[in-house]
Design a protein around this ligand. Structure first.
Ligand SMILES: C[S@@+](CC[C@H](N)C(=O)[O-])C[C@H]1O[C@@H](n2cnc3c(N)ncnc32)[C@H](O)[C@@H]1O
Length: 284
């Protein structure tokens, strides 16, 4: 074989695999309505292969066949693809900025609506609720905490987090400007640290898919962190349309530290409130 012709089979295999991924995602979308077609490809491909291995199938078309005939396989894939890594007071500086920059703006509203999109197992929602409680705003706030993934929402509603995380979460809380004893917020039990119910009394947990579901209210703040990093730019743009439509004028958008609005079509619609912690205010 000549050197020049060597790369051809590789390209062919990669292109074939790409088609298999396209077909599988299209089939999942048509059969279940979950749209992963515009999720960033490299990590998506890795996760599909991981699921294929766990299911004991050796090809992506084998995985597709399994997915279409076994809804429990689809539920497992949904968990694989939705990457639920989270933490309480993740990136403490974000919560410090929330206290100093966002809370004074929220105070001006008689009743506050916040959308915590992609809330995962609820650590973020509980962190937001703690900040609002300490700032005297929780009673007049309704938080809508949503995620694509039903099992994680059930855990979020439970509000029980692993005891072994409490040391790290206490450090995060203090770094985020917390001044109380963090242990005041939970009761340690055999099942874990059960957080005070009063934190989530005003929280509505519900399933919402950012890719395919529409706007459902007008919010004074939307917190959506570390979700869009898994989306390609077209999908990010679409979700930014949804957020822009769902925010009141002068509402606040909080993103993850690796996320931005800079390269979206809404860059002119927001003023930057905090460049490092990615907090923006809708101005038009
Ligand atoms: C990495 S976690 C981030 C959790 C939390 N926001 C944080 O920063 O700690 C990403 C979450 O986004 C959710 N997610 C992924 N795709 C979604 C979609 N299309 N609609 C709504 N939530 C989605 C996942 O289920 C997961 O819980």
């Amino acid at each position: 074989m000549s050197e020049a012709s060597e790369p051809a089979p590789e390209r062919g295999a990669a292109a074939r695999e790409e088609v298999e991924v396209d077909v599988l995602l299209e089939a999942v979308y048509r059969c279940y309505g979950f749209d992963f077609r515009q999720y960033a490809r490299p990590s998506l491909r890795r996760r599909l292969w991981r699921r294929a291995n766990l299911e004991g199938v050796t090809t992506l078309s084998g995985l597709q066949e399994r997915l279409l005939h076994d809804s429990s396989c689809m539920e497992s894939l949904l968990l694989d693809l939705s990457i639920n890594v989270t933490a309480m007071f993740r990136d403490p500086s974000f919560y410090r900025a929330l206290r100093t920059t966002v809370v004074p703006l929220l105070r001006t509203y008689p009743f506050i609506r916040i959308w915590n999109a992609g809330c995962s197992t609820g650590e973020e929602t509980h962190s937001l609720a703690i900040v609002l409680a300490e700032e005297g705003l929780l009673e007049r706030t309704r938080i809508y905490a949503t995620d694509i993934n039903e099992p994680v929402l059930l855990r979020a509603k439970e509000g029980v987090f692993p005891l072994e995380q409490m040391k790290a979460y206490t450090e995060n809380y203090l770094a985020a400007g917390g001044t109380r004893a963090f242990s005041e917020y939970y009761t340690a039990g055999y099942e874990g640290a059960r957080f005070d119910r009063s934190l989530t009394d005003g929280v509505v947990f519900s399933r919402h898919n950012l890719v395919s579901d529409g706007s459902f209210n007008e919010f004074h703040a939307i917190i959506c962190r570390n979700v869009m990093i898994y989306f390609d730019t077209v999908l990010q743009d679409r979700v930014h349309d949804l957020f822009h439509e769902s925010l009141v004028r002068f509402g606040v958008l909080g993103l993850g530290q690796k996320e931005s609005i800079t390269f979206t079509s809404h860059v002119q619609d927001y003023k930057v409130l905090d460049p490092l912690d990615r907090i923006f205010r809708k101005v038009q």
